[in-house]
Design a binder for this molecule. Structure first.
Ligand code: ZN
Length: 321
């Protein structure tokens, strides 16, 4: 609607009582109108997402999408728009989020339900588009039409993997540690095992040896990384983009110390969350120092440590004695 139904003069958009309205500045008539429901679809294809270079204003790259037709569900509209604009079929369609900020579309107030889904078939631009392309995350143009830059930022943030850091001396790794690691692999996308390389501390195994042993003990596990670190734990976690610290709790007596450490870490970096896993009861008495003591005295440590540790410990103490 462009002209006033009362006086025939051109109507304009104006902010009234904090809201954008269509008004006739000539006779003062206010046109109340509902926002338009629309859909936008983040189509995952290959290793990227599909964007369209628009032929009509607002110009620029944008997500495929459009108006919901009368009698159509949001899902149906999303599927139809994807087919019309990209020639793809959409699978695993899921609602991602709703965007409603007035002005998100410079032409009219729209409320868009954004979907994600997997695109299947051969990509082909419609006549409405200049170009259609698949973009990887770091290739996405920095200027996008509508509020699609924000939508994609939210989307990529939601895709960020949950990375956890399990720090320790692991001198040597025990079955208690392994139990905590294996369980944490179910909870996180990736677990980094940070082997402390503190030059002030005396270790039985060198840093290199401790890493080798853990790698051997965790052979066959993916989504786990093993490396050494020096310096403040929270700095290391930040560097590796780990938002979670994993700590194993063996007994109530561990708790007080861990509680203090957590408060201190939080003071240093409030973005890090510490997650405590209770060690399996059968390992509750187990520690690297106890294992070393038993091994040094010639006791049996079978079942307490992985085979590789048993072997390495007996070699170590044979050389020492
Ligand atoms: Zn008027």
């Amino acid at each position: 609607m462009k002209y006033c139904s009362e006086c025939g003069k051109r109507i304009t958009e104006k902010e009234i009582e904090g809201k954008r309205r269509l008004v006739c500045l000539h006779c003062g008539k206010i046109y109340y109108q509902n926002p338009f429901p629309t859909v936008d679809i983040i189509i995952e294809k290959g290793e990227g997402i599909v964007l369209i270079n628009r032929k009509n204003p607002p110009y620029g790259w944008a997500l495929p999408g459009g108006f919901v037709d009368y009698g159509e569900s949001l899902e149906e509209a999303a599927k139809r728009e994807v087919k019309e604009e990209t020639n793809l079929d959409i699978k695993e369609l899921k609602q991602f989020c709703v965007y409603s900020t007035p002005g998100r579309d410079p032409r009219f107030h729209t409320i868009s339900t954004v979907f994600t889904g997997k695109g299947e078939g051969k990509l082909k631009a419609s006549d409405d588009a200049k170009e259609i392309k698949i973009f990887k995350k770091d290739e996405v143009p920095s200027v996008l039409a509508f509020d699609h830059k924000r939508i994609l930022e939210d989307y990529f943030n939601s895709q960020v993997k949950k990375i956890a850091l399990y720090p320790g001396s692991f001198d040597p790794i025990t079955n208690g540690h392994l139990d905590v690691i294996k369980r944490s692999l179910f909870l996180f996308d990736k677990v980094i095992i940070g082997v402390s390389d503190n030059p002030l501390k005396k270790f039985l195994f060198t840093t290199k040896e401790r890493i080798e042993i853990i790698k051997e003990a965790l052979r066959g596990f993916s989504n786990v990384e093993i490396e050494s670190f020096r310096g403040l734990l929270v700095d290391y976690a930040r560097r590796r983009r780990a938002r979670f610290l994993i700590r194993g709790l063996r007994a109530i007596s561990d708790f007080e110390y861990e509680f203090q450490m957590d408060l201190m870490n939080r003071k240093l970096n409030s973005q890090i969350e510490t997650v405590y896993l209770m060690t399996d009861q059968k390992y509750s008495y187990l520690s690297s120092s106890i294992v070393k003591e038993i091994a040094q005295l010639g006791g049996c440590i079978k079942g307490l440590v992985p085979d590789v540790v048993e072997k390495r410990l007996s070699e170590k103490f044979k050389n020492i004695s």
